[in-house]
Design a protein around this ligand. Structure first.
Ligand code: PRP
Length: 180
């Protein structure tokens, strides 16, 4: 454990168990899908998407989007900025699973589900490694969830503080003196 980390919240073994469990659910749920597409939401869900897709035994395609919450203020509309959009037009046969590292307010995923549905996706489900239900601003429940966590500042396994710590192989709680 590096010196900036106060404690490990989800260790490597637990992450492996989570990806195995969720991949098993997806393998069952999408066995009849004609076109399954995972959308990795950059940058945080990079590692989770990689580990999850390795455990899928179905034909699966990968896409990337990069988004950010719109004015982190009081709006509960779920508006987001799309910095990198889905680069395909014909999505009427595609079953999408949007893969996130963490759900906080719920704005990002709530908006993305509506956005992909509006673009004509056959189906859209959501998958997150971590969920902070206590931080929710919009009513949103993911279809696949790894672990519910308390409202701590977590980094690692894709999650950053000031673009650092994404490379840690576990999810850890950052020492408050680092960010305060
Ligand atoms: C994080 C996370 C989600 C979003 C969740 O991304 O990866 O996309 O915030 O927050 P919400 O539920 O309040 O919408 P971030 O903007 O930190 O970008 P990053 O993944 O590139 O670090």
């Amino acid at each position: 454990m590096i010196k900036d980390i106060e404690s490990i919240l989800v260790n490597e073994k637990q992450i492996d168990e989570i990806t195995t469990r969720i991949a098993g659910q997806i393998n069952r749920d999408y066995k009849d899908s004609k076109q399954l597409v995972l959308i990795c939401i950059l940058k945080g869900s990079l590692m989770f998407t990689c580990d999850l897709m390795k455990k899928l035994n179905l034909p699966v395609e990968i896409e990337f989007m990069k988004v950010s919450s719109y004015g982190a203020g009081t709006s509960s509309s779920g508006m987001i900025n799309i910095h990198l959009d889905l680069k395909r037009e014909d999505i009427g046969d595609a079953d999408f699973i949007v893969v996130e590292d963490i759900i906080d307010s719920g704005r990002t995923l709530a908006h993305l589900v509506g956005y992909l549905a509006d673009r004509g996706a056959k189906s859209v489900k959501t998958c997150t490694l971590l969920d902070k239900p206590s931080r929710r601003v919009v009513d949103f429940t993911p279809d696949y969830s790894g672990a519910e966590i308390p409202d701590k500042f977590v980094v690692g396994y894709g999650l950053d503080y000031d673009e650092k710590y994404r490379n840690l192989p576990y999810v850890g709680v950052l020492k408050p003196e680092i960010y305060s």
